[in-house]
Design a protein around this ligand. Structure first.
Ligand SMILES: [Zn+2]
Length: 272
């Protein structure tokens, strides 16, 4: 009479350690494949949403120019009186003078309401500020928008956006800083002129702050592998993606000043 094997024993004898390890390995491989697919889809989503942000910003700038004899807003004035390309004035001189890329200046042309208090975090503020932030950064920013509001100690509040506003940057002086709000007019908005781009800055010669990477900031050595590319808005309203391979990343990492860049402090460089 054959010996009866209980289901429990069958299970124990049915799987060898090798089979078990093989199964675990296959599951792990499948998981990583799924995660990389999800990651790729998310990256693509950010890119598309970012393009939409830039198109909306173009309409705000163009509508504002129409009402101001064609004058296009210049870069915002902050920080020791120099002009930086990547901030929006919430209060103070930028908003009052109307030369800077300022929220109060552009808000009347937007159907996105200005939040009562920008210093609050949460979904409401996050939605409100939507088009001013590249989604690749916004989604990583656990501090929400309040963390991007800075007071420079001059009584004004500035919003650190994730876009560089480059209008008039070709007029920046030899010391590579902007000198004044420029009378950049609509008639000079041509297809070659970059108006706004994703952020790509080498900060204080040490660390890059870039959009479309997996982390908010990356060390110089990580740029070639982490930086995917940037969206750029041109003077005719066209938005185009510039992929990482179109940059000479090794030269940028080495701080080669021959690379196209905008610099507002001697040690900081904006690339576009
Ligand atoms: Zn972007």
């Amino acid at each position: 009479m054959a010996k009866k094997i209980s289901p429990r024993n069958q299970l124990l004898t049915g799987f060898t350690l090798f089979e078990l390890l093989t199964t675990i390995t296959i599951i792990a491989l499948l998981m990583s494949l799924i995660f990389s697919c999800i990651s790729a889809v998310r990256f693509q989503g950010w890119r598309v949403e970012c393009m939409s942000n830039l198109r909306q910003l173009y309409h705000l700038v163009a509508a504002h120019a129409n009402d101001h004899r064609g004058r296009v807003l210049a870069t915002g004035r902050i920080w020791y009186g120099q002009l930086y390309p990547d901030s929006i004035g919430i209060s103070g001189p930028v908003a009052d003078s109307g030369v800077g890329l300022s929220w109060p200046e552009l808000q009347p042309y937007s159907d996105v309401p200005l939040a009562d208090s920008l210093a609050t975090s949460g979904e409401e503020t996050r939605r409100t500020i939507g088009i001013w932030m590249c989604p690749s950064r916004r989604s990583k920013d656990s501090r929400a928008i309040g963390g991007n509001l800075v007071n420079q100690g001059d009584g004004n509040t500035y919003l650190n956006t994730s876009y560089s506003f480059l209008a008039g940057s070709e007029k920046w002086s030899n010391v590579e800083r902007a000198s004044s709000g420029e009378d950049l007019t609509q008639s000079r908005l041509d297809p070659q002129r970059i108006l706004i781009s994703d952020l790509f800055i080498l900060w204080a010669g040490r660390q890059f702050f870039v959009n479309h990477t997996r982390t908010d900031s990356v060390a110089e050595s990580q740029i070639p592998t982490s930086f995917a590319g940037m969206n750029r808005l041109f003077g005719d309203g066209r938005v185009a993606w510039k992929t990482a391979s179109e940059f000479d990343l090794s030269a940028i990492s080495a701080g080669d000043s021959a690379q196209p860049h905008v610099r507002s402090e001697l040690t900081d460089r904006w690339y576009y």
